[in-house]
Structure formats: structure tokens, C-alpha cells
Design a protein around this ligand. Structure first.
Ligand code: NAP
Length: 354
């Protein structure tokens, strides 16, 4: 039986960390292989489709190098027609999350990165070469691995939330907000961070009113974002309030919510709404590692050396939100992707693989 080839470097994940790692590794002639994730309903529901969380956002205003401007012609020239056709036309404003991710992917591919549109379900880091099991096909082998699987949206865990998922309950306004069921209707967004404000302001374009429900008395969002929520005439902020139950029926889906005060025990209220959007933070996508890398109590991969991307297993590096519970920005994820590729390149060289 033919021995399977041993890859120099496999990168798992396809957000800014994965693509920037791939671009650096490809330019260093490491011939990286990226597992970008599968396109499946399971991944859609879990928020783990290819291109990561940025593919689920609207405009990205704070990624350096992309001021407002008409990027249409640039996108046409930079992307192959088959990928460009899958995207919405450029709106003439700043770069959008999906546009930025397609550009990053293409940049990595231009330098020879190979891409597999599949998930890695299991890893074995206990022996060398490392063994990785894709969802589809035989195990693959690698001398070095960069884990850049990011994080995905949290849910509250209410039974009623589960019941109405896909029928008015969502964790992605950009994916679902423009659906007819939400247009000109009242909607709820739960959360108080930048994501919640971003979702609320995005939804306010379609909805008749957006109720931003936050459990504390102040938003966690950055000042500029919080001000945007306060200034938007279509957004009503409900402080010190929690979502207790999603109301609805099998035919209509979501028809309302029951809210509880977090400061005044027993005080309840109801709102008639057609949709509920959760924006209550993220959990790192580390379950597939099955305890083989050291994790923090919140399940983020631990970077073992100061200002390096080394994990607890030599030859395995981590980049982006899967290891970063502090900055969690597209640009910092891309930065650590670059660091992981350089760390991988130096480690491979130290092992005699150039
Ligand atoms: P986040 O900053 O962690 O905020 C999560 C929010 O959800 C908090 O307000 C939190 O409440 C609330 N929350 C958490 N668990 C909850 C629960 N069980 N019930 C009710 N509420 C709950 O997460 P994020 O908004 O997703 O942002 C993540 C990172 O991405 C941040 O660093 C953010 O700056 C960045 N980001 C940036 C932009 C941008 O710059 N345009 C856009 C999106 C995200 P408490 O406040 O009470 O903890």
C-alpha cells in the first residue's frame, strides 16, 4: 500500500489568522495545505462555515488599509470570476467582511496555498508526523500544524430559543436579517458588546424597531459603537433586562419575547417581535482537539511562550481567536497568523525541513 505523503504544514481554519498564516507560509515555500471547513448546514448553524466570523459581518471599518471607497473594480480584478459571482455587488462603501475574506483567501492561493473545503474532525498530536482526520477521506499527515479555527457565537441555552432556531431566532443578523419575515417588523437583539450594537444597527435598516436587550446598566461596546446605538432613532435599549423566553407557535415562528428585569426580581414584560438575534459572545472552536493541547478554563488554546504562538505540543502553533480571548479583532488575528507561520517556518527549519 502506498504511504500517504507527509505535509510540511497544515493550517486548520480559514479566517484572517488562517489566510495570513497561509500567505506567509506559501511565500516561504512551505507549500501549506489549508482545511477551510466544510460548507454544510451543521457548520452554518454552528457558525463555522469557511471564511470564519468575518464572513458573517457587514462593513469592516477598522481593518487597516481599507478606507471607504469604491472597491468594485479592484474586487473584479483581484478575484476569479467564479468566486466574485458568489458575492454581493460592492456597495461603494468600506470593505465588507466577506469581501475582505475572499481577498485574503485569494492572496494565499496566488502564492500556491492548496485549499480543501472540509472539516478536520480529529487530531492525533501524540506521535509524529501528526495525524489529522478530515470529515471526508483518509487520515492525513503533517510535520507541523497551525490551528486557526476561531470562535463561534454563543446561545443562551433556553429551550424556546432552540425551538425557534431558523424560524425567527438567529445568531447572525447579516446572514438572516434581510429575510422577508424580519422586514418592517419589530426585532430583539440580546447582548451589550460591539457585536450586539453592530447587529442592532444593521437590522435597524430593515426592521420597524430594534429592541436591544442588555443584562446590565451600561453597554460593553466601544464608545463609537455605543453612541451609534444611542443615536439610532429605530433602536430602543432595554438595560438591566434579560430574555426569559422566546414566544411563538409552529406556524408563525417567533411572535414575541418574555423579558425579565435583572435588578427588580419578578418584574416581567412582553414584546411583540418577529425575530430574536443573539450577540452574547463567542466560544473558541477547540472541541475537536479533544484535550490534546493545553486550554484555558474558557477553552482557548494556551500560547506557551511569551509573544510566540507555540502551544503545549512542539510543532503545533495557534493563531487568531482560538487562542486570543483578549483582542479578538480581525487585524490582530491576521497578525498572529503571520507570527504562527514564521514560528512554524523556524521550527521546521530547526528540524531540518526547509
Ligand atoms: P463581548 O464583547 O464579549 O460581549 C458579549 C456581550 O454579551 C456582553 O455585553 C455580555 O454582557 C453579553 N452576554 C454574555 N453572556 C450573556 C448571557 N448569558 N446573557 C445575556 N447577555 C450575555 O462579545 P462581542 O460583542 O461578540 O465582541 C467580541 C469581540 O469582537 C470584542 O473584542 C469586540 O470589540 C469585537 N468586535 C468588534 C467589532 C467592531 O469593532 N466593529 C464588531 C463586533 C465585534 P456583559 O456586558 O454583562 O458581560
Amino acid at each position: 500500500m502506498a504511504t500517504p505523503p507527509i505535509e510540511n504544514l497544515i493550517i486548520i481554519g480559514s479566517g484572517p489568522a488562517g489566510w495570513s498564516a497561509a500567505t506567509y507560509a506559501a511565500r516561504a515555500q512551505l507549500e501549506p495545505l489549508v482545511y477551510e471547513g466544510a460548507i454544510s448546514e451543521k457548520n452554518r448553524m454552528a457558525g463555522t462555515l469557511p471564511l470564519g466570523q468575518l464572513a458573517l459581518t457587514s462593513e469592516v471599518e477598522n481593518y487597516a488599509g481599507f478606507p471607504h471607497g469604491d472597491l468594485g473594480a479592484f474586487l473584479d480584478s483581484a478575484l476569479p470570476p467564479e468566486r466574485r459571482q458568489m458575492m454581493a455587488p460592492h456597495a461603494g462603501e468600506g470593505v465588507t467582511g466577506p469581501e475582505l475574506m475572499e481577498l485574503m483567501r485569494q492572496q494565499a492561493v496566488n502564492f500556491g496555498t492548496r485549499v480543501v473545503t472540509d472539516d478536520i474532525l480529529k487530531v492525533d498530536f501524540s506521535k509524529r508526523p501528526f495525524q489529522l482526520q478530515p470529515a471526508d477521506g483518509a487520515p492525513i499527515f503533517a510535520r507541523c500544524v497551525i490551528v486557526a479555527t476561531g470562535a463561534s457565537a454563543n446561545w443562551l441555552g433556553l429551550p424556546s430559543e432552540e425551538r425557534f432556531k431558523n424560524r425567527g431566532v438567529s445568531a447572525c443578523a447579516v446572514c438572516d436579517g434581510a429575510l422577508p419575515r424580519f422586514r418592517n417588523r419589530e426585532l430583539v437583539v440580546v447582548g451589550g458588546g460591539d457585536s450586539a450594537v453592530e447587529e442592532a444597527t444593521y437590522l435597524a435598516k430593515f426592521a420597524s424597531r430594534v429592541h436591544l436587550v442588555h443584562r446590565r446598566d451600561a453597554l460593553r461596546a466601544s464608545k463609537i459603537m455605543a453612541q451609534r446605538a444611542h443615536d439610532d432613532p429605530k433602536i430602543t435599549i432595554h438595560f438591566d433586562t434579560a430574555l426569559a423566553e422566546v414566544l411563538g407557535d409552529d406556524k408563525a415562528g417567533v411572535t414575541g419575547v418574555r423579558l425579565e428585569s435583572t435588578t427588580d426580581k419578578g418584574k416581567e414584560s412582553k414584546l411583540d417581535v418577529a425575530g430574536v438575534f443573539l450577540a452574547i459572545g463567542h466560544t473558541p472552536n477547540t472541541a475537536f482537539l479533544d484535550g490534546q493541547l493545553e486550554l484555558t478554563p474558557k477553552k482557548y488554546i494556551v500560547w506557551k511562550k511569551h509573544f510566540r504562538t507555540d502551544t503545549s505540543v512542539e510543532g503545533v502553533f495557534a493563531a487568531g481567536d482560538v487562542a486570543d480571548d483578549h483582542y479578538r479583532q480581525a487585524i490582530s488575528a491576521a497578525g498572529t497568523g503571520c507570527m504562527a507561520a514564521l514560528d512554524a517556518e523556524r521550527w521546521l527549519a530547526s528540524q531540518g525541513h526547509h
